[in-house]
Design a protein around this ligand. Structure first.
Ligand code: SF4
Length: 116
């Protein structure tokens, strides 16, 4: 779940990210994270295997799917790791320092990316 340790170049949480999202999408992702949600890195999702064709929902696979490094960096930068991050840190499977070294590249507030 924590193998991706660096936000990729088009991470939506990066300052000056080239990624275009609907203006409501990033706040929705952050709300999900703040509700103790997991935000899987889309590069690690097997859409053939994990996508329910009827609902369009992706089933999470915590072994295969990695937590988006940009999302983690954003949470840690703002000093509000969600419960899963806190639990995995406690059991020694997650180290916020791996992500905090990228914090200067990550947005300071959602307003920075509100006009897309
Ligand atoms: S979801 Fe994956 S590819 Fe996309 S920004 Fe996050 S780590 Fe990078």
């Amino acid at each position: 779940m924590f193998k991706v340790k660096k936000p990729c170049n088009n991470c939506p949480f990066l300052k000056n990210s080239p990624m275009k999202l609907h203006k409501d999408r990033l706040p929705e992702i952050v709300e999900h994270l703040d509700d103790d949600g997991f935000f899987p890195c889309h590069k690690t999702i097997d859409y053939k295997e994990q996508m329910n064709e009827e609902t369009g929902q992706v089933t999470e696979d915590l072994e295969k799917n990695q937590f988006c490094a940009g999302a983690i960096t954003y949470l840690e930068k703002h000093n509000r790791p969600n419960t899963p991050l806190q639990v995995f840190q406690r059991i020694g499977r997650y180290d916020p320092e791996d992500y905090l070294k990228h914090k200067d590249k990550v947005i300071d507030s959602l307003e920075e990316r509100s006009i897309w």
